[in-house]
Design a protein around this ligand. Structure first.
Ligand code: 5GP
Length: 200
């Protein structure tokens, strides 16, 4: 329907379930694909190079930046993360929508470069629920937990800059809601110029 693939940005503070939502969404549609980012952080258990991230050394990451291969990048919790032009182009050139799962700074950067990008923010059901989830995660020190909570507060304050808000209360509903947003965007008149051309 839309003239070309759409750039979707999905952001959420840690603990809001954006990975789970997106994994479920990709099971339901192949119209959109995940644009795999580059990062200098170490892989977590179960993460595969080229699937979850392109895991790079700092030198390799900096090389990509100097070669102009990175659309945006940021330093987050001591590691670099960046959107690779190639990851996005590979999807868009196949007529697919590209989903960027990135944090707020990167999202604002993408918005500046691509005003037509669609930005979606995933919210927790309430602040209390998110705080409890963050506190109950693993065996982190009180300092680390306080840092995460502060980080989440900052990130949530950016939600008003996004186009759509999805609340992750029940997973199934959140996935459906996100899918509806993706589908609606494909039918936006401003994205469907070619469709109307034939009737002129
Ligand atoms: P994690 O280490 O938990 O996988 O990711 C940490 C944060 O970095 C998450 O908010 C994630 O969305 C964000 N992130 C992942 N890839 C990119 C990227 O390419 N650019 C930016 N700006 N943020 C990213």
């Amino acid at each position: 329907m839309a003239d070309s693939g759409i750039l979707f940005v999905v952001s959420a503070p840690a603990g809001c379930g954006k990975d789970t939502i997106l994994n479920e969404l990709f099971k339901k549609t192949d119209a959109a694909g995940y644009a795999v980012s580059a990062t200098t952080r170490a892989p977590r258990e179960g993460e595969e190079n080229g699937v979850h991230y392109h895991f790079l050394s700092r030198e390799e990451f900096m090389e990509k930046i100097s070669q102009n291969e990175v659309l945006e990048y940021t330093e987050y919790c001591g590691n670099y993360y960046g959107t690779l032009k190639k990851s996005v182009d590979d999807l868009l050139s196949k007529g697919k929508d590209a989903v960027l799962k990135i944090e707020i700074e990167g999202a604002m950067n993408i918005r500046k470069q691509f005003p037509e990008a669609c930005l979606v923010f995933i919210l927790p059901p309430s602040w209390e629920v998110l705080e409890t989830r963050l506190r109950n995660r693993g065996t982190e020190t009180p300092e680390k937990i306080a840092e995460r909570i502060k980080q989440a507060q900052t990130e949530l304050s950016y939600a008003e800059n996004y186009d759509y808000l999805i609340v992750n209360d029940a997973l199934e509903t959140a996935v459906d809601d996100l899918l509806s947003v993706f589908r609606a965007e494909k039918h936006k008149r401003s994205r469907c110029g070619k469709l109307l051309e034939q009737f002129k």
